[in-house]
Ligand binder design. Sequence first.
Ligand code: VGL
Ligand code: ZN
Length: 234
Amino acid sequence: RTLLHSAAALGLVALAPPLFAAAKRKPGANAALIVVDVQNCFIDGGTLPVKGGAEVVPVINKLSLAFQNIVVTQDWHTQGHASFASAHGGKKPFDSVKLNYGDQVLWPDHCVQGTDDAALHKDLKLPTTQLIIRKGFNKGVDSYSAFQEADRKTVTGLAGYLKARGIKTVYITGLATDFCVAWTALDARAAGFEAYVVEDATRAIDLNGSLAAAWKQMAAKGVKRIQSADVEGA
Ligand code: VGL
Ligand code: ZN
């Protein structure tokens, strides 16, 4: 026990609550909101539902009011995509395989181009969105990240787009925290952006401890973990 605690226990000093809440962050003209994969496929009734996925929709809608720049992503796979278990004989969803670029988790068939399943959730209201970026459309290569495909070579063009427009900071939201959100945040850092993940505007798949691993990896790379209430003007 510290001297202060002992003194407090004796009623000699009062331990006062903090006078001010931490200052909120106000995204400026050089910040962008990235809304990752808020699509029917990742929500109840879809092909790869993320638990609580629909709950991010009102949080993101409100958060969007604080941003002058918004980018939305869509997972946008071909039929028979290499990330689908059905494309690998004898494999089941959530198994892993080695592809030529490394380990690949296998998923149920999901987010196939042009299907209702791949459409953005109908309650997502982001009329000021400036760019919709689609990813995972190369049949043999997955792309969790909005910046780079899983071969770690092929880029989507998002880093160039953001830099050309003077964006320095990205706030990342959407589905799923431990896959497409985390990989997007890590690649944002690698590309030199300041990156925040807005935790209550995400939901996770959490496969074999993947959520805790993702937060740890993000923290190690300087991704900042915040809540939507920390953003001013939302
Ligand atoms: C995602 C698994 C497969 C995601 C996409 O959006 O997090 N996860 N494809
Ligand atoms: Zn996918």
